[in-house]
Design a binder for this molecule. Structure first.
Ligand SMILES: [Mg+2]
Length: 246
């Protein structure tokens, strides 16, 4: 398996395990807080075990692991979110959670995968995507639930409807799958929230950048990014104009 295939394989493997674990947990009446924490842990442990088997030399930065700063000197670093959208994960019928797996090599985003098991959607940089993307007739801007202020102005400017949901991976997958045209996250995020969605979005021919239009730098000492925009390339200038005017 090359790095792209491995990213896809790992995200789907962890996603399937999480789906199964949630079904069992809900069936047996496990408390939702416990289910959420155990889901985080099960997926983290599985991904760490698999990475140490398939890529024993590589460093890992996981939302659920302790931050081993030796990653800062490593050539290859996997940045993973074992369970993105964990607040929604424990509830039957909630689809808004995902698994993120990405690889940084020599400071560049090399490979990635986002698995959305309950939507049965799995995207990776190993896949081929259509050469041409259409802007939807009824444009949709998707944003996080807690702060859609800037996204609302973007929606107004490009004549789009505004929608919101949980999980960065889910929102990215909506744009990748052409169910939305723009994803705006107007607050700081961690690198594990963003890395894999950006890798896959770019492979699918979309534009991805921080809110001010600048590119990401990954595997930083403080692994934080300044928001996220994923959108159809033809809409990028218009979106950034709205985001950065006054
Ligand atoms: Mg997480």
């Amino acid at each position: 398996m090359d790095d792209h295939e491995l990213a896809g394989y790992l995200a789907e493997l962890a996603g399937a395990e999480l789906l199964h674990f949630r079904q069992e947990g809900i069936r047996s009446g496990t408390n939702s807080w416990v289910l959420r924490d155990k889901g985080d842990l099960i997926s983290h442990n599985l991904l760490i075990e698999q990475l140490s088997r398939h890529r024993p030399q590589d460093a890992v930065l996981s939302e659920e692991g302790s931050d081993d700063q030796r990653r800062l000197d490593a050539d290859r670093v996997w940045i993973i979110d074992p369970l993105d959208g964990s607040q929604d994960y424990p509830y039957n019928g909630s689809d808004e959670w995902a698994v993120h797996v990405a690889l940084i090599e020599d400071g560049e985003l090399k490979a990635g995968a986002v698995s959305c098991p309950s939507l049965n959607r799995h995207y990776s940089t190993a896949m081929r995507y259509p050469d041409e993307r259409q802007i939807r007739e009824e444009r949709i801007v998707v944003s996080n639930r807690w702060n859609a202020y800037q996204a609302a102005y973007v929606a107004e400017a490009i004549g789009a409807r505004l929608a919101s949901c949980g999980s960065a991976g889910i929102k990215a997958s909506l744009v990748i799958g052409e169910d939305a045209d723009v994803y705006i996250h107007n607050s700081g995020l961690y690198e594990w929230d963003v890395c894999a969605p950006v890798a896959v979005a770019r492979a699918a021919g979309l534009s991805a950048c921080q809110l001010d239009g600048s590119d990401f730098k990954f595997n930083k000492k403080a692994p934080i990014v300044r928001g996220l925009v994923i959108c159809h390339s033809e809409l990028l200038d218009e979106v950034l104009n709205v985001l950065n005017s006054g």
